[in-house]
Design a protein. Structure first.
Length: 114
């Protein structure tokens, strides 16, 4: 890997909200720290209300993590385009983040430790 990436179990309980709705809560979140960037919380898909997420055509590539599939959050009052991403087939070194979702730090999305 070209960057220093570490993954650890995120301590405590984590929640993600959008448009006032709780999309998910978990005690099984992962915290990914990459170089000098802020840590990113990854939620297990099994703890997210996937009915509110629609897969988009957007795919981004990271040489260290692999291809990221993107999802929009759809609720009654709004659509937040490409608000979340997931590495469905991450590189072997980062296999832990498979079947997890992370959310962009947008004004309409709140990721918080409870």
């Amino acid at each position: 890997m070209t960057k220093q990436i570490t993954i650890r179990k995120a301590p405590g309980k984590w929640c993600v909200r959008s448009g006032g709705a709780i999309l998910g809560e978990t005690t099984n979140a992962l915290e990914l720290q990459e170089g000098g960037h802020d840590p990113v919380i990854y939620f297990p898909r099994s703890d997210i209300a996937m009915a509110f997420l629609d897969r988009t055509d957007k795919v981004t590539q990271c040489s260290d993590k692999g291809a990221a599939t993107h999802f929009s959050i759809v609720n009654k009052s709004s659509v937040t385009e490409n608000a979340a991403w997931s590495y469905e087939a991450p590189t072997p070194e980062l296999a832990e983040i498979k079947e997890h979702l992370a959310f962009y730090p947008l004004e309409s999305i709140k990721v918080e430790q409870l």
